[in-house]
Design a protein around this ligand. Structure first.
Ligand code: AMP
Length: 225
């Protein structure tokens, strides 16, 4: 399979070329066609598999038509590093689309984030706590969200964010496309998936094999150290 087979808009294809991607990764070939059709999806994939572009490319394609300057895609991520990386990936892949993305996470000044939102981002990548904070302050309007991504949801669970995620879910449109990604599937994530996904396509890649873009090292340490 190659990228042309997805029939993405040429503005998106040129973003893919600029990043030097020549062939879709396994999660991309398996997910992109279904996401383009509007299906919900549960993706079991870890970082390094190309999962970000697997959801970013069809989201960019979807957003090319329809209204601008309202938040139409919301990606929820557990850490600010992941949120920032994901926003960058949208920026790079969508560099010729004029679609705007903003990131929202705690531990830093809110005001630059609020300014970016006010410029009219169509894509928001957010960590749950700060997102709820900005929702409570009414500086972010999520009533136009059409696509929701819960990225690294197993890590969100480990970090205790599921109650916040559930609060956010109650306050965004129920009529939407939802994509849930996790590297592992503990029971709580299965329950969440059952609650939020409608007839999802299930895609699993490389569950037990370390991916080639991530290096691993073991440092044995005595327990008293
Ligand atoms: P991710 O799993 O989304 O964090 O992606 C891991 C790395 O793979 C990132 O540096 C991406 O830029 C890169 N990547 C994603 N898709 C492709 C592709 N089709 N070909 C080459 N590299 C890719």
């Amino acid at each position: 399979m190659n990228f042309e087979s997805f029939q993405l808009h040429h503005r998106i294809e040129s973003g893919i070329e600029a990043l030097g991607y020549t062939e879709p990764t396994s999660i991309q070939s398996q997910s992109i066609p279904s996401i383009l059709q509007g299906r919900d999806l549960m993706g079991m994939a870890q970082t390094g598999t190309g999962k970000t572009a697997a959801f970013a490319l069809p989201i960019l394609q979807h957003l090319l038509s329809g209204p601008r300057k309202v938040v139409r895609a919301l990606i929820i991520a557990p850490t600010r590093e992941l949120a920032e990386q994901t926003r960058e990936a949208f920026g790079q892949l969508g560099r010729h689309t004029k679609l705007k993305s903003a990131s929202v996470y705690g531990g830093v000044d809110k005001n630059p984030q609020i300014r970016k939102l006010r410029e009219g981002a169509e894509i928001v990548v957010a960590c749950p706590g700060r997102l709820l904070d900005l929702m409570d302050q009414r500086v972010i309007d999520l009533t136009h969200v059409e696509i929701l991504v819960l990225d690294e949801s197993d890590r969100m669970f480990d970090m205790g964010f599921l109650p916040d995620v559930r609060k956010i879910l109650k306050r965004i449109p129920a009529e939407r496309q939802t994509l849930l990604f996790a590297a592992t599937m503990p029971d709580d994530i299965r329950h969440l998936a059952k609650e939020v996904l409608r007839d999802p396509v299930i895609v699993q890649v490389g569950a037990s094999v370390p991916v080639s873009t991530v290096s691993h090292a073991v440092y044995p340490v005595e327990s008293h150290l």
